[in-house]
Structure formats: C-alpha cells, structure tokens
Design a protein around this ligand. Structure first.
Ligand SMILES: [Ca+2]
Length: 269
C-alpha cells in the first residue's frame, strides 16, 4: 500500500523526484519547515518557491495529508504559525500566516496574507499542507530544568516528524544541555533523520551541530539565554529516539569558576 502510494506520487511529481533524489534506497522528498495545529509549511528540496499547484498537492498527498484550507491555516496562525513564505493552499489560493507585524514580511499586517485564487496554476510557490495525524511535538520552553525527548519516547519515533523546541531561560542565564539517551537513524551526513542544536532562538543562525546515529553527543552550553533544538525524521526507517535534559545555569562571572551544578557533579566525581 505504502509502495503503491509511493509509485503513484513518484510518477506524479517526476520532475521533483530527480531533484529530491534517492539516498541508500530511501526517497528523500521536500523539507518540513514549520508546523502548528496539523498545518505545516513545506518547500521543495530545490529551494524556495519551486512548486506548481499540482506539485504542491502531490507533496501533501504523499505524506497522507491535503492542502490546508484557509480556515485551517488561520487556526494554525492563531496558535503561532508565523511563516514569511507564500505557499499554495486549498483551491489554488496562495498566501502565508503572519502572527507578528514586521516591516520585512506581510506588509506590516497580521493575519493570513492572501494573494487570492491564482489563475495561473503553474506559478511556483511553497505549500501549506494539513495532516491532523502528524504528531505534534516541540514548543516554547521556559522552565529552569526540563527533560526533552523524541515523540513517543521510549518507543521508537515515527516517520515524518518535525519538532522545534525553543528554549528561553532568564536573561543572564545559559542553557546546559546534557544527553541521556540517543539513537537516531544513522547516515553519514545525517540527512535522513537528525537532531540539530542552534545557539539561537531560531534555526537560521547559531548552528552548533547536527547529530544522528547512536553515539551520545557531548554536553552543550549556550552562549546566551536561548537555544533551539530541531528534530526531523524522514519518510522511512526509525530508531529508538533520544532523551536529553537542560538546566538553566547562571552565567559564570569573571571572578568565580562556575555556578553550573552539573559541572560541579563532574568535578566531584
Ligand atoms: Ca528515518
């Protein structure tokens, strides 16, 4: 069944297939970006604004979803989906959800920035899909200490997961990350499934590492009071998942050695 769907999609988006490509016999398709309320934004692996309407529909269908409707996109926006890229949604409409007004995006407006129903369905945009069965994970974390784990842990994570954890602790603090368990589909460049660390509040700047396989990554301490973790799994082959813990620590002053209890634990051992 899965194979049938795969073949059907592969024929449907043949051009895309070449650019997305196979790797180790696994079909790697487009890139998951943001997700909220079952709505997620995708762009082609070729880059931004590369999907016609037909291709956009095929991208959603391949993952068991559909193009999002205006109402679904608005519901997702209301809980924080903010994306500065126009994508196809239901009935050949194009737009994007804006939560926070900004000069560079959305013409200073808040809401669905709606380009309307496109007459030319060959125009190329990104896409907004809806799949209520895609498991949600991630979130904005502000606790002083917290365990973070892959969806479904200690069970294996599922295919096609995307999780963003944005950690923000008090100003003047840092975030000490410690891995407790780690098992993510192994692949030489970690292109299939991976966990990424960003020393920043987004996944644009501050890239600090991408991890897969079953070797426990080393501890990581943020520069400032924010950090982002991104977990992505592709459409096949899962693994045991991961569990890690973060702890907010007071940034060491130039005169004292450290105020990080985890470092003290290590020293005392
Ligand atoms: Ca995988």
């Amino acid at each position: 069944m899965r194979l049938f769907g795969f073949i059907w999609t592969a024929c449907f988006v043949l051009d895309e297939t070449y650019s997305w490509g196979y790797k180790n016999g696994i079909f790697h398709n487009s890139i998951w970006l943001e997700q909220a309320a079952g709505v997620y934004h995708r762009e082609s692996r070729k880059g931004r604004y590369q999907l016609t309407y037909v291709e956009a529909k095929a991208v959603c269908k391949y993952e068991g979803g559909k193009l999002a409707t205006y109402e679904q996109l608005e519901a997702a926006r209301k809980i924080g989906l903010h994306v500065c890229s126009a994508g196809w949604f239901d009935q050949g409409r194009v737009g994007y959800p804006i939560v926070k007004a900004g000069a560079n995006c959305g013409f200073g407006k808040v809401g669905i920035i709606d380009y309307g129903y496109r007459l030319n369905k060959s125009e190329k945009w990104d896409v907004y899909c809806f799949n209520p069965n895609a498991k949600e994970c991630g979130g904005v974390l502000t606790d002083q200490q917290r365990i973070i784990q892959s969806p479904g842990y200690p069970e294996e994570y599922e295919d096609e997961q995307i999780c963003y954890w944005h950690i923000r602790v008090r100003y003047g603090q840092q975030i000490h990350l410690r891995f407790l368990d780690f098992d993510v589909e192994e692949d030489t460049s970690c292109l299939a499934d991976y966990l990424e660390i960003y020393d920043s509040y987004d996944d644009v700047s501050g890239f600090s590492g991408r991890f897969c396989g079953d070797e426990l990554p080393e501890d990581f301490i943020s520069t400032g009071n924010v950090m982002t973790l991104k977990f992505l799994s592709d459409s096949s082959v899962t693994a045991g998942g991961f569990q890690l813990e973060y702890l907010a620590i007071d940034s060491p002053s130039p005169t004292s050695n450290t105020t990080d209890p985890w470092s003290l634990e290590l020293t005392n051992d």
